[in-house]
Design a protein around this ligand. Structure first.
Ligand SMILES: [Zn+2]
Length: 134
Protein backbone atom coordinates (compact mmCIF):
# COMPACT_ATOMS: atom_id res chain seq x y z
CA UNK A 1 0.00 0.00 0.00
CA UNK A 2 1.27 3.48 -0.82
CA UNK A 3 1.78 6.09 1.86
CA UNK A 4 -1.19 8.07 0.59
CA UNK A 5 -3.29 4.89 0.52
CA UNK A 6 -2.43 4.27 4.17
CA UNK A 7 -3.17 7.88 4.97
CA UNK A 8 -6.66 7.82 3.46
CA UNK A 9 -7.46 4.47 5.09
CA UNK A 10 -6.57 5.97 8.48
CA UNK A 11 -8.77 8.97 7.74
CA UNK A 12 -11.66 6.74 6.68
CA UNK A 13 -11.57 5.28 10.18
CA UNK A 14 -11.88 8.72 11.73
CA UNK A 15 -8.26 8.85 12.85
CA UNK A 16 -6.01 11.88 12.44
CA UNK A 17 -3.17 10.74 10.16
CA UNK A 18 -0.05 11.86 12.03
CA UNK A 19 3.31 10.85 10.51
CA UNK A 20 3.86 8.29 13.30
CA UNK A 21 0.44 6.71 12.78
CA UNK A 22 1.07 6.48 9.04
CA UNK A 23 4.42 4.84 9.76
CA UNK A 24 2.88 2.24 12.13
CA UNK A 25 -0.12 1.51 9.90
CA UNK A 26 2.18 1.27 6.87
CA UNK A 27 4.01 -1.68 8.41
CA UNK A 28 0.95 -3.42 9.82
CA UNK A 29 -1.29 -3.07 6.75
CA UNK A 30 1.45 -3.95 4.29
CA UNK A 31 0.07 -7.52 3.98
CA UNK A 32 -2.28 -9.88 5.81
CA UNK A 33 -0.32 -10.58 9.00
CA UNK A 34 -0.34 -10.87 12.77
CA UNK A 35 2.17 -8.84 14.75
CA UNK A 36 2.65 -8.39 18.47
CA UNK A 37 3.47 -4.89 19.69
CA UNK A 38 7.05 -6.06 20.31
CA UNK A 39 7.42 -7.41 16.78
CA UNK A 40 6.05 -4.19 15.37
CA UNK A 41 8.48 -2.12 17.45
CA UNK A 42 11.35 -4.29 16.17
CA UNK A 43 10.30 -3.65 12.57
CA UNK A 44 9.98 0.07 13.21
CA UNK A 45 13.48 0.12 14.77
CA UNK A 46 15.07 -1.74 11.89
CA UNK A 47 13.39 0.69 9.49
CA UNK A 48 15.18 3.45 11.40
CA UNK A 49 12.11 4.80 13.17
CA UNK A 50 12.36 6.57 16.50
CA UNK A 51 8.70 6.16 17.49
CA UNK A 52 8.47 5.54 21.24
CA UNK A 53 7.05 2.33 22.69
CA UNK A 54 4.29 4.27 24.44
CA UNK A 55 3.23 5.83 21.13
CA UNK A 56 3.15 2.41 19.49
CA UNK A 57 0.95 0.94 22.24
CA UNK A 58 -1.40 3.95 22.22
CA UNK A 59 -1.62 3.89 18.44
CA UNK A 60 -2.40 0.17 18.34
CA UNK A 61 -5.18 0.67 20.88
CA UNK A 62 -6.62 3.52 18.85
CA UNK A 63 -6.43 1.54 15.60
CA UNK A 64 -8.21 -1.42 17.24
CA UNK A 65 -10.92 0.76 18.76
CA UNK A 66 -11.65 2.28 15.35
CA UNK A 67 -11.62 -1.05 13.53
CA UNK A 68 -8.57 -0.39 11.38
CA UNK A 69 -6.99 -3.54 12.78
CA UNK A 70 -8.26 -6.38 14.94
CA UNK A 71 -6.94 -7.57 18.29
CA UNK A 72 -6.47 -11.29 18.80
CA UNK A 73 -5.84 -12.40 22.39
CA UNK A 74 -4.16 -15.79 22.42
CA UNK A 75 -3.60 -15.87 26.18
CA UNK A 76 -3.90 -13.34 28.99
CA UNK A 77 -0.43 -11.92 28.34
CA UNK A 78 -0.09 -12.22 24.59
CA UNK A 79 -1.96 -10.08 22.13
CA UNK A 80 -1.61 -9.87 18.36
CA UNK A 81 -2.70 -7.16 15.99
CA UNK A 82 -4.30 -8.54 12.85
CA UNK A 83 -4.45 -6.64 9.58
CA UNK A 84 -7.47 -8.76 8.57
CA UNK A 85 -10.41 -7.11 10.31
CA UNK A 86 -13.35 -9.43 9.65
CA UNK A 87 -13.96 -12.26 12.18
CA UNK A 88 -11.93 -15.34 11.25
CA UNK A 89 -10.29 -18.43 12.71
CA UNK A 90 -6.70 -19.01 13.83
CA UNK A 91 -4.09 -21.59 14.66
CA UNK A 92 -1.85 -20.56 17.51
CA UNK A 93 1.42 -22.44 17.94
CA UNK A 94 2.27 -22.36 21.65
CA UNK A 95 5.85 -23.48 20.94
CA UNK A 96 6.76 -20.89 18.33
CA UNK A 97 4.29 -18.16 19.32
CA UNK A 98 3.09 -18.00 15.72
CA UNK A 99 -0.49 -17.11 14.83
CA UNK A 100 -1.86 -18.21 11.43
CA UNK A 101 -5.23 -17.81 9.71
CA UNK A 102 -7.48 -20.78 9.03
CA UNK A 103 -9.50 -20.44 5.80
CA UNK A 104 -13.23 -20.08 6.55
CA UNK A 105 -14.15 -22.98 4.29
CA UNK A 106 -12.12 -25.36 6.46
CA UNK A 107 -14.32 -24.77 9.49
CA UNK A 108 -17.95 -25.78 9.99
CA UNK A 109 -19.88 -25.83 13.24
CA UNK A 110 -22.34 -28.65 13.63
CA UNK A 111 -23.99 -27.15 16.66
CA UNK A 112 -23.82 -23.83 18.42
CA UNK A 113 -25.58 -23.06 21.70
CA UNK A 114 -28.73 -21.00 21.92
CA UNK A 115 -27.76 -17.43 22.69
CA UNK A 116 -28.59 -15.93 26.07
CA UNK A 117 -31.93 -14.13 26.01
CA UNK A 118 -31.79 -10.59 24.69
CA UNK A 119 -28.48 -11.07 22.89
CA UNK A 120 -27.50 -11.47 19.28
CA UNK A 121 -24.43 -13.09 17.85
CA UNK A 122 -21.56 -10.77 17.12
CA UNK A 123 -19.00 -13.30 15.91
CA UNK A 124 -17.82 -16.88 16.34
CA UNK A 125 -14.07 -17.23 16.22
CA UNK A 126 -12.14 -20.40 16.69
CA UNK A 127 -8.63 -20.45 18.14
CA UNK A 128 -6.92 -23.83 17.83
CA UNK A 129 -3.79 -24.16 19.96
CA UNK A 130 -1.15 -26.45 18.51
CA UNK A 131 2.37 -27.47 19.51
CA UNK A 132 5.17 -29.41 17.91
CA UNK A 133 4.73 -33.17 18.08
CA UNK A 134 6.84 -34.80 20.77
ZN1 LIG B 1 -5.87 -13.50 11.40
Amino acid sequence: MTRSGVRSLIEQHGILPTPQRIEIAGILLDKPQHLSAEQLIEQLRSAGSGVSKATVYNTLNLFSERGLIREVMVDPVRKFYDSTTHPHHHFYNVDTGELADIPDEQVAFEQLPELPEGTERESVELLIRVRGQT
